[in-house]
Design a protein around this ligand. Structure first.
Ligand code: GLA
Length: 548
C-alpha cells in the first residue's frame, strides 16, 4: 500500500495542487484520465507547500460538550446551522465535523465505512453539506490500533488507505489522536501519516493530538499544522476552570515553537460551557487569542447566550489571533496572581498585550511601554479590545484596572489606527455542475469570498494546472471577490469529474502570504459529448431556417 501511495504521489505531478478525477464514476480515482492530458511527475505538495493554516485554524469540535454521544448527522447539521446563524461563520470559524462520534468501522478489504445509521447521507454527503454552507469539513482518527474510546479503528497499518478514504470523504482537517499506540515511534508514525496524506493528494490540515507526549513542538511542524501541548482541557460536559488555567500556562511556555502554519494547540475552548462564567469565558478566549492558539469552540452552539456569542465573535480579539505574523504571545511577568502577557507584535507595527488577574480582588497595574517592546518615551494609542474604546496618546505606559478572573486585553500603537487583518468567509466551498445531452455546453458556477478585515485584498491568484474542462476567473465586488468557474463539456465522456481549485493571496498591509484557499468543483456528464460544437454561423443558419 505504501508503495502504491508513492507511485500515486509521483503521478499526480503536473497538477501540483490540483487533483483531477473522473470520468470513471468513482468518487476519488487517483489516475488522471488520458483524455485530460498526460499525468505529470512532480512531487505532491508538502505540508509547507500546501499553504494551509498560515493563521491558526478556527472552528468547532464536539468532544468538550458531547463526548462520543450523541454525535450524528442531525447534531452536526444543527451545529452547522447554529454556527452560521449565530455569526460565528462571519467571524472566521470554518472547520466543523464529528469527533469520536463519526463511528466508522473497517469494512471488507480494510476500507473505512460510514455508519449509515448515524450518518444516513454518508460521510461524503455530510462533507458536501458542510462545504455548501461555506464551511470546511473536519474529521477525526487515531494513530494507533483504536481511537481513545476504542469505538473506532485507528490508522495503524492502514495509514495510506485511511488517508485516501478521508480524501474521498473530502475532509479538509483531520485530528489524529495518540491512543492505543503502544510500541509505536511517535515521529515515525505521524510522518507516515503525513506521507499518506501527500499520497492521497488532497491538502488537509493535520491536527496532532498526543497531549504533549513526544514533545511534538520540536518536530511536528514538518508533518502537521498544529499539535496539542497538554492533556484534555476538560472531560466531556465538565468544564474545569483551574484545569484550563494549567493548560494555558503550560502552553504559553512553548511560544518559541509556534509560527505561521505550525501552532501550539491548548485544546478546544470551554467558553460558553456550563460552569464557566462570562468573565472566565472572555478571559480564556483572550488568552487563546494572545497565544495565537487555534480557536476551536467546544460549547454547544445551539444554546449560546448573547454574551458567549459576543465573546466568540469579537473581531478585534480574533484579529490578534489571526495576525499574519503568526507570533505566539507569552507571559512577560507574573506575581502568581496577576500576569502580564505580551511579546505579540502585530502586522501593522502595533502590539497586543494582556493583563490577567487570577485573584479575588480587583487590581490596578501599570503597563510600561518598555515591557512590551516599545520605547519608554513613546506616545501610543491604546485600543481596549473588549470595550472597543481608544485612549491616548499616552507616554511611557498605561494604567489598567482588572476585576477578579478578568483580563485587560489591549492593542498598543504609535498610530491611532487599528486595522483588522483578513478574515475570510466563503459562501460555499463546493461547485456542483451537471451537463445533459451530447452537444457541448458551457456551464457556470460562482463562489464568493468575502474579506472581513479592513484592507482590500489583491485579487486571488488561481494556481495553474486546472483540467482542460475547467477555467476560473476572479473579479472584485467591493470587499468580496467572485470566482467564476466555467466548465466546457466539449469532448467529455460520460462520468463524474472533480477538481480541487487552489487560490493564493497576500495580506496587503504586511505583504505576508495568506492561507491558501481550496474548493471542490464537481461535474457530472450524463452522456458522451461530441468534441465539436456547432459554430456560431451554424447556429444562426439553424435558427434562421426555423423562423423562415
Ligand atoms: C482524546 C482527545 C480529545 C478527544 C478524545 C476522543 O482524549 O484529546 O480531544 O478527541 O480523545 O476520544
Amino acid at each position: 500500500m505504501k508503495k502504491a501511495g508513492v507511485i500515486i504521489a509521483a503521478a499526480l505531478g503536473a497538477l501540483l495542487l490540483f487533483k483531477i478525477f473522473g470520468p470513471s464514476g468513482e468518487v476519488c480515482p487517483f489516475v488522471v484520465p488520458a483524455s485530460q492530458g498526460p499525468a505529470q511527475s512532480a512531487a505532491a505538495p508538502g505540508v509547507k507547500e500546501d499553504g494551509l493554516a498560515l493563521t491558526p485554524p478556527m472552528g468547532w469540535y464536539p468532544w468538550n460538550t458531547f463526548g462520543e454521544e450523541p454525535q450524528n448527522e442531525k447534531l452536526i447539521g444543527e451545529i452547522v446551522d447554529a454556527l452560521v446563524a449565530s455569526g460565528l461563520k462571519e467571524a472566521g470559524y470554518s472547520y466543523v465535523g464529528p469527533d469520536e462520534g463519526i463511528c466508522f468501522s473497517r469494512g471488507q478489504g480494510g476500507r473505512l465505512t460510514t455508519n449509515l445509521e448515524r450518518y444516513p447521507s454518508g460521510l461524503r454527503g455530510l462533507g458536501d453539506a458542510i462545504h455548501k454552507k461555506g464551511l470546511k469539513y473536519a474529521l477525526y482518527t487515531d494513530a494507533g490500533t483504536r481511537t481513545c474510546s476504542t469505538a473506532m479503528p485507528g490508522t495503524k497499518d492502514h495509514e495510506f488507505e485511511d488517508m485516501r478514504q478521508f480524501c474521498e470523504w473530502r475532509a479538509d482537517y483531520i485530528k489524529i489522536d495518540w491512543c492505543n499506540t503502544e510500541g509505536q515511534d511517535i515521529v515515525k508514525t505521524y510522518t507516515t501519516l503525513h506521507d499518506a496524506q501527500l499520497a492521497a493528494g488532497r491538502p488537509v490540515v493535520h491536527s496532532l493530538c498526543s497531549w504533549g507526549e513526544g514533545y511534538p513542538w520540536r518536530w511536528a511542524g514538518k508533518v502537521g499544522h498544529l499539535w496539542r501541548t497538554t492533556a484534555d482541557i476538560c472531560a466531556p460536559g465538565q468544564a474545569d476552570w483551574p484545569r484550563a488555567m494549567r493548560v494555558a500556562f503550560a502552553n504559553e511556555k512553548l511560544a518559541a515553537f509556534a509560527g505561521a502554519g505550525r501552532w501550539n494547540d491548548p485544546d478546544m475552548m470551554i467558553t460558553g460551557m456550563p460552569g464557566i462564567s462570562d468573565t472566565q469565558g472572555r478571559s480564556l478566549f483572550s488568552l487563546w487569542c494572545l497565544m495565537a492558539a487555534p480557536l476551536i469552540a467546544g460549547n454547544d452552539l445551539r444554546v449560546m447566550s448573547e454574551t458567549t456569542v459576543k465573546t466568540l465573535t469579537n473581531l478585534e480579539a480574533i484579529a490578534v489571533d489571526q495576525d499574519p505574523l503568526g507570533i505566539q504571545g507569552k507571559v512577560v511577568w507574573t506575581d502568581g496572581i496577576v500576569s502580564l502577557w505580551a511579546e505579540k507584535p502585530l502586522f501593522d507595527g502595533s502590539r497586543a498585550v494582556l493583563v490577567f488577574n487570577q485573584g479575588r480582588h480587583e487590581v490596578k497595574k501599570r503597563i510600561e511601554w518598555s515591557e512590551i517592546g516599545l520605547g519608554s518615551s513613546d506616545a501610543c494609542y491604546v485600543q481596549d479590545l473588549w470595550t472597543h474604546e481608544t485612549t491616548g496618546p499616552l507616554t511611557g505606559g498605561a494604567d489598567v484596572g482588572v476585576a477578579p478572573e478578568d483580563i485587560a486585553f489591549l492593542r498598543v500603537s504609535p498610530k491611532n489606527d487599528f486595522p483588522l487583518p483578513p478574515i475570510i468567509v466563503a459562501d460555499s466551498y463546493l461547485i456542483s455542475l451537471r451537463s445533459e445531452g451530447r452537444t457541448p455546453q458551457k456551464l457556470d458556477g460562482t463562489l464568493t469570498i468575502t474579506n472581513r478585515g479592513s484592507a482590500e485584498l489583491p485579487l486571488w491568484r488561481v494556481a495553474e494546472g486546472l483540467p482542460s474542462w475547467l477555467s476560473v476567473s476572479v473579479s472584485r465586488n467591493r470587499k468580496s471577490q467572485v470566482f467564476r468557474n466555467t466548465v466546457s463539456t466539449a469532448g467529455l465522456k460520460k462520468g463524474l469529474y472533480h477538481a480541487v481549485v487552489r487560490a493564493d493571496n497576500t495580506e496587503p498591509v504586511s505583504g505576508r502570504p495568506m492561507s491558501a484557499l481550496y474548493y471542490d468543483v464537481d461535474l457530472e456528464v450524463t452522456q458522451d459529448v461530441s468534441s465539436v460544437g456547432r459554430s456560431a454561423a451554424t447556429w444562426q443558419r439553424a435558427s434562421h431556417s426555423r423562423t423562415s
